[in-house]
Design a binder for this molecule. Structure first.
Ligand code: BTN
Length: 239
């Protein structure tokens, strides 16, 4: 495990992708000054001032493809929620991998692959987490957002938080690669705030409404619509 600090960068995910051959497996690239952050589903992602920790974990697993790679972001979501709990807050996971506290977003996650035909060069697991952002800075974000400082009432030491998080992440990383979503399913479901609630999930230009009845063993969300038809969703956004 290693850390690589950048004073300023357009996007830690982009940096990690562009420097994939120089960065060792299990290196976390991080900054508090990201100027062109990338979000899920091709969106832009803005930090809430320099209190937002922007980081990308560089992973170079030995197998070319494993089913567990597709739910690594959900594993990271659980680890982030567990680390936040060490600070006395009660996070909720919004499927697939947003982390909320008091119904406000505190962390977003974006995974990107670096591959050449037939060979996986690396997996980049990016996350942006509002540690010490102030209320006014969070007002510029397009959705209700909060920070750990606001929720726990005192400033957080960012490097200490990052080190705790990475220790927690790598503690079960190999086991997660071998066992997949099943390993963390109970931990995920116990923090999934939308179980048995009627929700609408947007998938690009379509949407599905139904009751969230559970997750399957790959982390796909199962919705039951008003005609009792089951929908198994692999991607999307809960509205
Ligand atoms: C989302 O909520 O849409 C995902 C946001 C992911 C943001 C992080 S910040 C660090 C890393 N670098 C990026 O450009 N994006 C991710």
């Amino acid at each position: 495990m290693a850390f690589f600090y950048l004073e300023e960068v357009d996007s830690t995910n982009m940096y990690a992708k562009e420097h994939i051959y120089e960065l060792e497996d299990k290196t976390t690239v991080y900054t508090f000054n990201q100027t062109a952050g990338r979000g899920r589903l091709d969106r832009k992602w803005n930090c809430a001032g320099d209190g937002t920790l922007c980081a990308s974990i560089v992973l170079k697993p030995s197998s070319n493809m494993k089913i567990s790679y597709s739910s690594l972001t959900m594993y990271l979501g659980v680890v982030i929620a567990e680390t936040l709990e060490e600070y006395g807050v009660h996070p909720v996971i919004k499927w697939p991998n947003d982390v909320l506290v008091n119904s406000k977003k505190i962390c977003g996650i974006l995974a990107e692959l670096v591959s050449y035909p037939g060979k996986l060069e690396g997996l980049i697991l990016g996350f942006g987490i509002n540690l010490n952002s102030e209320k006014e800075e969070l007002e510029n974000i397009s959705q209700p957002a909060t920070s750990l400082k606001i929720e726990c009432g005192k400033p957080v030491e960012p490097k200490e938080f990052l080190e705790k998080l990475m220790d927690n992440f790598f503690e079960r990383y190999q086991e997660f690669l071998d066992k997949g979503f099943d390993l963390i399913k109970d931990e995920y479901v116990s923090r999934f705030g939308f179980l048995n609630k009627e929700i609408t999930v947007k998938i690009f230009d379509k949407s599905v409404t139904g009751v969230a009845v559970g997750l399957n063993n790959l982390g796909a969300l199962i919705l039951l619509d008003s005609d009792n038809k089951e929908h198994t969703l692999l991607i999307g956004d809960i509205l």
